[in-house]
Each structure stands twice: as C-alpha cells, then as structure tokens.
Design a protein around this ligand. Sequence first.
Ligand code: SF4
Length: 259
Amino acid sequence: MDALHPRTLASDLPPPGGDRARGRCYDAAMPARRASKPAPTPPAWTPAELIEILDKAYGRAPQQASHEPVFELVLTLLSQHTSDLNSGVAMHRLWEAFPSWDAVLAAPLSAVEDAIRPGGLAPTKSKRLHALLGEVRERCPDWDLEFLRDLPLEEAKAWLTSLPGVGPKTAACVLLFSLERPALPVDTHVERVSKRLGFVPSKMPADKAHDALEALLEPEQVYAFHVDLIQHGRRTCHARGPKCDACPLEARCPKVGVG
Ligand code: SF4
C-alpha cells in the first residue's frame, strides 16, 4: 500500500495539573464509592503491536524533518478547519506573495487575507497570523527556532504554547514534524481511534489525551503512532460507518461494530 504523510492541525488548551494530595483525601473519605468503580479495561494491544499491525496494513513513510519551525507554525495555523490540500494552496500563495516573514508582517492585513483565502476563514486567520508572527519576531528577530531542539521537551512545549493561538496540538506538530522531537499531536483521528481501542477513556478531553497518550509511548514510537492512527482513521475507522469488516484490528477491538 502507498505510504502517506498525514499531518494534523489546530489549537487547544494546556492541560490542568493534577492534585495528588487532594485526590488521596477524597478517596479516603469515600471508600465505598471507590470500591464500586470498575477497573479500566487495558487496551487490547500494546503500542508496539498496534504500530506493527497498522504499518503492515497501510505502510508508513519514514520520519524526516519537514519545514523549518516557523514555516510549520504558519502551515499549522492555516490548516485549522480545512483540508491539507486547501491549507497547502494557501501556504503556497502566501509564500509566493511575500518573500519573508518580515514582509508578511509589513503587509496590510487585507493583502495577507487575499493570499490565504483558499484556506478558508481568511479574515480570522490573517489576524492570527499577524499576532503569531509578531510575537515570534519579538522573541526571535532572526526567526530561528532551532533552539527548541535542545530544550527539555516540556520547556519547548511551554515556549510554543505561550505564543498567541498555539495550543498543544500545534506545538506538537512543530516539535514532531519540524524538529523530530517525540511530541504527539492528537487530531480528530488520533483521538477517535485511540479512544475506540481503549488507550484513553472515551470521555477524556483532547487536551488531556495529548499527555495521556504520550505517556504510553516510547519516544521512538510517537511518530509511528501518530501517522498510523491517522491513516487508520482516514481509511478504515471513520467517525461514522467505520469499516469494521475490513479492519485489521477487528479481532480484538473493544468497539467493533460501533456506529
Ligand atoms: S474494528 Fe471498527 S471500531 Fe474497531 S478499530 Fe476497526 S474500524 Fe475502528
């Protein structure tokens, strides 16, 4: 089968921190309720098994750095709420219209809006783009974000998510695709498939799923897990009408027949 290079986009919120001490007090005060809570069902596959099965089913392109980090940031912003095809056209037009990020910032919003129109939501995205690029230039006038390669991963995430309009998913896209760091972007496909397969609880919000899923993976599994789950979500495990009969995971899927 052909190997795809799916990627994902959008923004979200930073996860709230846990409070272990408070959790212990709460549990001690309510022993009966804790005892009646059903134990979570472990996922049917380990991440390694899942990756092996889906690699065989769909094939997977090897990981390689895509674009420089600012390019990836902008592409990710343009990709929100549209297809990869449309955002690619918008990015191409932006790059043709303006020779540098400084030129994008110097241009009137209406000109940026015209350039990125094929990506949809152009009035909103042009404003977000200006705010994002303005902040990046303020912090890094040479537009060089390579230092993120050497920061501890959590610090790199924190730096990126402190930029306007950048959430955990966008930060993870930059770190994974541009800098080849083990940050997991959780898009709609990754979230849906990992929940159906029991890797995270079905009601867990997407922003929390980033950390929960990443914690299950070895660093060298992150890219494969991301790409494989996207391919599986796009080709087989659709949101509506998943093709369970043709699914390579059917034998042990806790949600076989869902939808
Ligand atoms: S069996 Fe169905 S629900 Fe389970 S992973 Fe496959 S397509 Fe998705």
